[in-house]
Design a protein around this ligand. Structure first.
Ligand SMILES: [Ca+2]
Length: 146
């Protein structure tokens, strides 16, 4: 990826740190505050656009870089079991990066999380409280905080 920057905003408070990734045309936001998947989606839709869609390997790689720098272990992404066919923003899921053996639906695991060590995806219980990735959609070259 030739155009990739990682930005860190001064924490709003002791609990929340926001990270923004500018990945060519897609603007992602890591919210380091733990929420359930449904609450994370609500937050993303209210403050940004939706939980993050990951549409190709480059986007997956860039998110992995950001998560490694953040210290976050897992983060929700916008994929859920319906059955894993669409992202939260209703775009079809064509690229996937499931860990071997996943999704395995061990305990009502209907939501997808991103592993920050491997960049692979796992299905997890949607009620787990973990940080999450929002995205803001297509952006221009303007770099701005929010
Ligand atoms: Ca699983």
């Amino acid at each position: 990826s030739s155009f990739f920057t990682f930005m860190h905003r001064t924490p709003l408070n002791n609990k929340k740190h926001l990270f923004t990734i500018y990945n060519n045309v897609t603007n992602y936001v890591l919210v380091n505050e733990t929420l359930t998947w449904p609450d994370a989606r609500m937050y993303c839709r209210e403050h940004h656009r939706d939980l993050a869609s990951i549409r190709n390997q480059e986007e997956n790689d860039n998110i992995l870089q950001a998560l490694k720098a953040s210290g976050v272990a897992y983060a929700w992404i916008g994929l859920y079991r319906n059955p894993w066919a669409f992202w939260s923003d209703k775009s079809p899921s064509t690229f996937t990066n499931w860990k071997t053996g996943e999704p395995n639906n061990i305990i009502a695991e209907y939501c997808a999380a991103f592993n920050a060590v491997s960049g692979e995806w796992l299905d997890e219980n949607c009620g787990n409280m973990v940080p999450f990735f929002c995205f803001k959609g297509e952006v221009t070259q303007t770099l701005s905080f929010f």
